[in-house]
Design a binder for this molecule. Structure first.
Ligand code: IFM
Length: 412
């Protein structure tokens, strides 16, 4: 058995829009606008084996978050389950749109709600990891340009200040922004996420706005509390060239810079810890990402399972000499046939990185329960806990207990 460090944080990660019922933000509007189109284009998007296995992808309803998992009202039940799974930490996010539904107007009931969530986490002896922006913001802000709005950084920092003040000393870990580069790619390059653009100029502006928002919020929260740990979560990609030419290698370097590095550089000196969110490796050709032909080592979404990327991602961050947390790690695997091995293999890579000197201090599985997977809707199921879509009944998957066992031993 290989031990993890003492006081290692073990938990699961979630995000507001993916589990809370009846959100009203930039994403809820976006999904309503696109649900039909996504259902109709499922044949082009997904391979035959996926279409057969997950016919819900052809229904518009699949793409509407709606009542989600009713976490907003059932959070205590889910936190009890996390506790029963041995978790000593829990990552969740606050929906800014609930907190500031109109510009400058803060909803005291919503603030109180999230204070109660933090209290409920702490009462169960779990460390709250609070994300302030997990891709959703208020509609009034989206109408002004979303992350490109002139005052986005200031507005975000003000909201961060309000929340940090309300939550006080009960929160020691903040995530300002979740995977800003995924949002930038989805919203300004691929055009499949809000605001649905394909505009390189706006993409570059989004890097600027989001990094300023992070840096400002970092300063504002630290002014209030010295001893909190603040960072952003970073999606890290593993790229492989389709051919071994100089040109292909340069292409990989270019892609690596924009996905894994640029945001990190733009927020240097404004991070108390660094984060790894690694989901897959991809092969890049001059035409873009090569469609994965392998159907064995892939998740239900067709994402290639490649644990080496966990080690590489951690080692890439090691040079910054900051604590590292895996703030998300998971897979869509409805039948739960692959999750156990996935967790063990990935944690073995974490161990390897620790042995090689990386200061990894925690791991959050994505996700605690099945949830709403953005433009893919409900069919991809990432949960340690399965949710029956009709009754919303929660049921631990086998991997839930495997993960518990690892946590109990603090070892694999
Ligand atoms: O569901 C998402 C999450 O919101 C951000 N990271 C990746 C997950 C899986 O796609």
């Amino acid at each position: 058995m290989k031990k993890f460090p003492d006081n290692f944080l073990w938990g699961a990660a979630t995000s507001a829009h993916q589990i809370e019922e009846y959100s009203c933000n930039n994403w809820s509007v976006w999904e309503k606008k696109n649900a039909k189109k996504w259902a109709q284009s499922a044949t082009e998007k997904w391979q035959l084996w996926q279409q057969k296995k997950f016919p819900e992808m052809f229904e518009a309803e699949n793409y509407i978050s709606g009542r989600a998992t009713e976490y907003y009202t059932r959070y205590e039940e889910d936190l009890d389950l996390a506790k029963a799974g041995g978790h000593n930490a829990h990552r969740f996010s606050i929906d800014w749109a609930r907190i500031e539904p109109r510009d400058g107007e803060f909803d005291s009931k919503a603030i109180e709600h999230y204070k109660n969530v933090v209290r409920a986490i702490s009462e169960r002896n779990m460390e709250p990891f609070v994300t302030l922006w997990h891709w959703t913001h208020p509609l009034w802000l989206e109408e002004r340009g979303g992350v490109l709005a002139k005052d986005f950084p200031e507005k975000f920092a003000h909201y961060a200040h309000i929340m940090a003040e309300a939550l006080g000393e009960s929160v020691k870990f903040y995530v300002t922004l979740n995977e800003p580069t995924s949002y930038i790619a989805g919203g300004y390059i691929a055009g499949k996420w809000p605001p649905g653009e394909k505009n390189i100029f706006h993409m570059l502006q989004a890097y600027k706005k989001l990094s300023s928002a992070h840096n400002l919020a970092y300063d504002v929260i630290h002014k209030q509390q010295e001893n909190v740990h603040i960072g952003f979560t970073n999606i890290l990609w593993r790229f492989k060239p389709s051919k071994n030419t100089l040109f292909h290698r340069a292409l990989i370097r270019f892609a690596y810079y924009f996905t894994n590095e640029k945001f990190l550089r733009m927020t240097q000196d404004h991070n108390d810890y660094l984060s790894v969110q690694y989901y897959f490796s991809v092969t890049l050709s001059l035409m873009g990402i090569v469609k994965e032909k392998n159907t064995t080592f892939v998740t239900d979404l067709g994402w290639l399972i490649d644990p080496k990327g966990v080690y590489e991602s951690i080692m890439f961050l090691k040079k910054y000499n900051l604590p590292i947390y895996l703030t998300e790690d998971g897979l869509a695997d409805r039948s739960d046939m692959k999750r156990e091995k996935f967790i063990r293999d990935n944690l073995a890579q974490v161990q390897r990185a620790i042995s090689d000197g990386a200061d990894v201090q925690g791991y959050f599985h994505w996700s605690l329960t099945d949830n709403f997977e953005w433009d893919k809707g409900f069919w991809p199921q990432f949960g340690l806990i399965e949710i029956d879509r009709k009754t919303l009944e929660r049921k631990q998957r086998k991997s839930f207990w495997v993960y518990k066992n690892i946590i109990d031993r603090n070892a694999i």
